[in-house]
Design a protein around this ligand. Structure first.
Ligand SMILES: Nc1ncnc2c1ncn2[C@@H]1O[C@H](COP(=O)(O)OP(=O)(O)OP(=O)(O)O)[C@@H](O)[C@H]1O
Ligand SMILES: O=P(O)(O)OC[C@H]1O[C@H](OP(=O)(O)OP(=O)(O)O)[C@H](O)[C@@H]1O
Ligand SMILES: [Mg+2]
Length: 286
């Protein structure tokens, strides 16, 4: 049997579903038996190890897994020698400091000498050192937001995304420490056959991610406006232009970045574009 690349993904939790989804979008089918902690792909030389998110950086550094999908904040917290190959665009959150909502906060100095509860002591310590602050860090592994209410700490440092957990616990975010999203990480010494497999996986992943960030755009325009519209429309090379059955009109096709779309749309309309259609792209090979 040929060599396989080993990928660690979260066993259960916020990252699991999207991690398996992105592998599927890369055309990789995994044979998942119930409660299996190890599985193989049918159609790609990949073995999947299901592990705790917080254990993954260690396993990748040790080479037990070659690569992994893990929260960037955990990579930073665990301070392991890993390579971040690709941000994956899901599980976006931030590590932030929060205080009871009625505390008067006038800046970082406030934290000097205070007790802060967190599950991320290394990331917090780095932030405190950078800002010449001294705090008493109290490490707890979950439900951090409850700490100020039960007299365990003056403030907290925890992950925030919608902010609803802070709100429900009468807390307010006052400082952001870092931003995080799921990312693909790798051991620093992958070589030979495994590197070749990883290159194939990365090629697929980049096509999938590019497709997610771009949309296919079709529109109709009077011929005399086509040049103005081309100016407005960024494309992969240049837009495709085809004559419409209706005399004096053309159809333009192009690719547009999701982030540019709403900025460009008004200019397209001002330049006479009609019947604008935006269509998702499944894969985009660059
Ligand atoms: N509220 C949130 N919104 C978005 N992403 C989040 C949120 N909370 C955590 N994350 C991200 O998802 C990752 C996984 O979180 P999850 O709570 O599933 O696991 P965990 O607490 O790290 O536990 P384990 O080690 O048991 O797998 C976190 O490391 C972080 O990157
Ligand atoms: O800003 P919000 O959208 O409310 O999300 C933030 C919450 O999500 C995470 O906890 P999680 O639900 O993962 O629970 P856990 O502590 O058991 O991991 C994090 O630790 C916060 O408590
Ligand atoms: Mg969590």
């Amino acid at each position: 049997m040929g060599e396989k690349l080993k990928i660690a993904v979260q066993k259960s939790g916020r990252l699991k579903e999207d991690s398996l989804k992105i592998l599927k979008e890369c055309g990789i089918s995994i044979d998942n038996g119930k409660d299996q902690l190890k599985a193989s792909a049918f159609n790609f030389p990949l073995e999947v190890l299901y592990l705790r998110n917080s254990d993954i950086p260690q396993y990748v550094e040790d080479g037990v897994a070659d690569i992994a999908i893990v929260g960037e904040n955990v990579v930073i917290e665990k301070q392991k020698e890993l390579e971040i190959l690709q941000k994956l665009g899901f599980s976006k959150c931030r590590l932030a400091m929060a205080l009871p909502k009625d505390v008067e906060y006038n800046g970082l100095e406030y934290f000097n000498g205070k007790r802060i509860a967190t599950s991320y002591p290394n990331s917090l310590q780095l932030f405190l050192d950078e800002n010449n602050l001294n705090c008493d860090i109290h490490v707890i592994s979950g439900s951090v937001e409850i700490a100020p209410n039960i007299g365990l700490a003056d403030g907290i440092c925890d992950l925030v995304s919608s902010g609803s957990t802070l709100f429900k616990n009468g807390l307010r975010e006052v400082e952001q420490i870092l931003k995080s999203e799921a990312c693909l990480v790798a051991n620093k010494n992958i070589s030979g056959i495994k590197q070749a497999i990883l290159d194939r996986l990365m090629f697929r992943l980049k096509s999938v991610l590019a497709a997610k960030n771009n949309k296919y755009i079709l529109l109709n325009a009077p011929n005399e406006k086509v040049n103005d519209i081309i100016e407005v429309l960024p494309g992969m090379k240049s837009p495709t232009i085809m004559p419409l059955a209706k005399e004096g009109w053309s159809s333009l096709h192009s690719v547009i970045n999701e982030n540019d779309f709403w900025g460009v749309i008004d200019q397209l309309k001002l330049n006479g574009a009609e019947g604008i259609l935006i269509i998702p792209i499944e894969k985009m090979v660059l």
